[in-house]
Design a protein around this ligand. Structure first.
Ligand SMILES: Cc1ncc(COP(=O)(O)O)c(C=O)c1O
Length: 425
């Protein structure tokens, strides 16, 4: 409204499309991170990247190969759906990381410029104005911009967590069954989750899979978008360590599973803007996948035309380098140490009246539900008085990205977060 009113009575205001009028830049993660970059001199826990001692974690294959590219690995256009070799290598890596995937049943992954773009293209293909998509509450703030402001769709938020240790299966079940009454369900599942840092346990994963199977058996068509941005960063043994895509991709003719994943976070190359989009459905044959991929190529061609060439060659080099897996394991351990330090800290604050940690066991983040105080006020206090950068999501949730905070800083940072929250009551 603010932007539209500024532009009112100008040529731009008169020319804006409906989508143009809907679009805005939210005061969300990106804007709050920019503020923290200036003021978070003690600890900056806003960044959704993995840092150590102020430097991004980087794989050797990435740093070494960057300066060795030949011109045709950089300047020539890549095919619209990506370089064949990287698509095949990524498909093999999906199957290796997710043993339940039936390789013959999934499409050849298409290259898209980042997971964000993959989600946006999926919305272009499957979500019309006025249709609804089920999203976790809380969720990554960009879903709102993609589904609601771009596509004009309705977001059905579902409290994914209650005060217990895991997923709020009852609430998820209610929302999904209710949506199924319309004959079609569209849902996005993001695990490890941003902002909670939660991945379902094996039992919860079975529960989600059964729920989706049941509504499909009862006659609903189901689109499940698996946003697997943080795949592989698991810190507990009871976690379901495959993407839900594995089983969903061959579960039932009425289920279409879309896996959006990529090296941006899995290979620590956030800025390379390369990701993959893969389809899987029991009801689809190769000719269907070819047709659907052509449609996706239409979405790519009409927006970015094709993805970055050198990033795809770098991905090939990284995925075929023997050093990559052990280095990734080392970085995962580094993040796990931070996770364990936080888990210990919050364990010592049981039943805190103001800050309730949402369940967390994986990924980059953990979040607090703020009771009786406004999380945006807490964020501002932490930044302006204590030099600690965090992210507020709405009025109730405060996200801490420990992926970018050294382990040694964690006790101090959490003490300040708890003390500041208490001072606001
Ligand atoms: C849940 C989730 N999905 C997607 C993305 C974006 O991924 P990409 O940088 O590949 O667009 C992020 C973070 O930036 C995220 O948290």
């Amino acid at each position: 409204m603010e932007l539209n009113s500024t532009l009112e009575n100008t040529v731009t205001g008169r020319l804006l499309s409906c989508m143009g009028r809907r679009l805005y830049f939210p005061n969300g993660i990106i804007a709050q991170s920019a503020e923290a970059k200036i003021s978070a001199h003690v600890a900056n826990a806003t960044i959704g990247m993995a840092f150590n001692r102020d430097k991004p974690l980087t794989l050797s294959a990435v740093t070494e190969n960057m300066s060795t590219f030949k011109p045709d690995e950089v300047v020539v256009y890549a095919p619209t759906a990506g370089i064949e070799q990287v698509r095949n290598i990524w498909k093999a890596s999906i199957i290796e990381k997710n043993p339940s995937v039936e390789g013959g049943r999934i499409s050849l992954p298409a290259v898209v410029p980042g997971i964000t773009a993959g989600i946006s293209y999926t919305a272009d293909l499957f979500l019309d104005e006025g249709q609804s998509v089920i999203v976790s509450e809380p969720c990554w703030d960009n879903y709102n911009l993609i589904f609601s402001e771009r596509r004009g769709a309705e977001i059905l938020t579902t409290p994914f967590f209650n005060s217990g240790p895991g997923l709020n299966m009852a609430a998820i079940g209610r929302t999904v069954r209710n949506a199924a009454k319309s004959g079609a369900v569209r849902i996005i599942l993001n695990f490890p989750n941003n902002p909670s840092g939660y991945t379902p346990t094996k039992a919860e994963a079975e529960g989600l899979i059964s729920l989706i199977r049941e509504i499909a058996e009862e006659g609903a068509d189901v689109l499940v978008i698996c946003d697997d941005a943080y795949f592989g960063l698991y810190y507990e043994d009871d976690i379901y360590q495959e993407s839900l895509f594995s089983r969903l991709s061959s579960l039932h003719e009425r289920i279409l599973a879309v896996k959006i994943d990529g090296p941006t976070k899995e290979e620590f190359v956030w800025g390379l803007r390369t990701a993959f989009l893969t389809f899987g459905s029991r009801g689809m044959e190769d000719r269907h996948y070819a047709a659907l991929t052509k449609k996706l190529m239409g979405a790519i061609r009409s927006s970015v035309s094709c993805s970055n060439t050198s990033a795809q060659y770098l991905t090939i080099k990284t995925l075929t380098d023997k050093r990559t897996d052990p280095e990734k394991a080392k970085y995962r351990e580094l993040l796990k140490e931070r996770y364990l330090a936080i888990k210990q800290f919050v364990k010592n604050m049981p039943n805190h009246p103001i800050l309730s940690p949402l369940p967390f066991n994986s990924g980059y983040f953990m979040s607090f539900k703020c009771n009786g105080i406004n999380s945006e006020i807490l964020r501002q206090e932490l930044l302006s008085k204590h030099g600690i950068g965090t992210i507020s999501l709405g009025e109730h949730f405060l996200r801490v990205a420990y992926s970018s905070v050294d382990k040694e800083k964690i006790p101090l940072m959490y003490r300040i977060i708890y003390n500041t929250a208490e001072s606001l009551r």
